[in-house]
Design a protein around this ligand. Structure first.
Ligand code: SF4
Ligand code: SF4
Length: 126
């Protein structure tokens, strides 16, 4: 590269917008259909267990809800262990009710180990 070209590139770089962002104060926009944290619409779930069966990492386990919810939700529902998940999306693809979805939330780092276990829970105030 000639000296003139080098100086040209240097000035372009100096005055152009950085490629990086100041995370966690800023974040890049996550594209649609990106595979992040799961979201379960428990009211649509039919407890078929297909999501647990297809999971290659055994990250999905069908579990009962706490006693106070058992009258309305008497079956078993998927519990997700995000430590094991590789976000392949197979559980979402196979769900016959389209009630298990991977959202755009990819900011999942946490110092709280219990936060990576996603228990099935009814929506709204608990
Ligand atoms: S995204 Fe893939 S690895 Fe994660 S829970 Fe679903 S099937 Fe399992
Ligand atoms: S595949 Fe869908 S309907 Fe079946 S248990 Fe999983 S979340 Fe529920």
């Amino acid at each position: 590269m000639s000296m003139v070209k080098t100086i040209e590139v240097l000035f372009e770089t100096l005055f152009s917008k950085p490629m990086t962002v100041k995370f966690p104060y800023e974040a890049i926009e996550i594209p649609e259909d990106y595979r992040g944290e799961h979201e379960l619409d428990i009211d649509k779930c039919v407890s078929c267990g297909l999501c647990a069966e297809i999971c290659p990492n055994r990250a999905v386990e069908m579990v009962e809800l706490p006693e106070e919810y058992k009258e309305k939700y008497p079956k078993t529902y998927p519990r997700l262990d995000l430590r094991k998940c590789c976000f392949c999306g197979l559980c979402q693809d196979i769900c016959p009710r389209k009630c298990l979805k991977l959202t755009k939330n990819v900011f999942l780092a946490t110092p709280d180990p219990s936060a990576v276990i996603k228990n099935p829970m009814p929506k709204g105030p608990q």
